[in-house]
Design a protein around this ligand. Structure first.
Ligand SMILES: Nc1ncnc2c1ncn2[C@@H]1O[C@H](COP(=O)(O)OP(=O)(O)O)[C@@H](O)[C@H]1O
Ligand SMILES: [Mg+2]
Length: 182
């Protein structure tokens, strides 16, 4: 018998919306509870597994297809996967949903203006200057989730609150055990 049910938390949203920040916080807290967790993040996966891919629709679809495959293998074997990818296309996310065990779509939602103002990596400035083609929100589409299991409004809600809400969802749906009172 598996010690924990696998699940796939799929974080989607604009660059700068807060995917990596929330995914990292969740990973830390879930691991502290002794659970098996793997975090897959576009920021690192694109330097390894999918380093041959660019940002055309075809390549973005391939990126998500490969990541979904990894998430499928892990989640069906009792690992909690935290996947943080812009993943702008609804159809690609839908395929991920079908492949993965206990798929939970999390819309990491901040208005584009907020993401631009944050400009964590200075990429929006470059994209707006026309230096980066196919940049989501500037020169490439983002298809927002229509019925995500969870929406995090990161422009109005703290990282701690966002993270707590996701953990609560996992507990309520019995994907993780209730935290033992000390
Ligand atoms: N509630 C929140 N959740 C996540 N990030 C937040 C929140 N509030 C402010 N931020 C800030 O927004 C930025 C998000 O950056 P990052 O996590 O790298 O985004 P992404 O991975 O989606 O591109 C960070 O500087 C983070 O500190
Ligand atoms: Mg990131």
């Amino acid at each position: 018998m598996q010690r924990q049910p696998g699940f796939t938390l799929w974080l989607t949203g604009f660059s700068g919306a807060g995917k990596t920040t929330i995914a990292t916080a969740l990973e830390q807290q879930l691991k502290a509870r002794g659970l098996y967790i793997e975090r897959l993040d576009g920021d690192t996966v694109r330097e390894g597994l999918t380093r041959d891919l660019g940002f055309s629709k075809e390549d973005r679809d391939k990126n998500i297809e490969r990541v979904s495959y990894v998430a499928k293998l892990l989640s069906r074997n009792g690992v909690g996967v935290i996947a943080a990818f812009i993943s702008p296309y609804r159809e690609a996310r839908q395929k991920a949903r079908q492949a993965c065990t206990n798929f939970i779509e999390v819309h990491v939602n901040a208005p584009l203006e907020v993401c631009m103002a944050r400009d964590v990596k200075g990429l929006y400035a470059k994209a707006l200057a026309g230096e980066i083609p196919n940049f989501t929100g500037v020169s490439d589409p983002y298809e927002a989730p229509e019925a995500p299991e969870i929406t995090l409004n990161t422009d109005r809600e703290s990282v701690e609150s966002c993270t707590a809400r996701v953990l609560e969802y996992l507990e309520t749906h019995v994907f993780i055990p209730l935290e033992q009172p000390v």
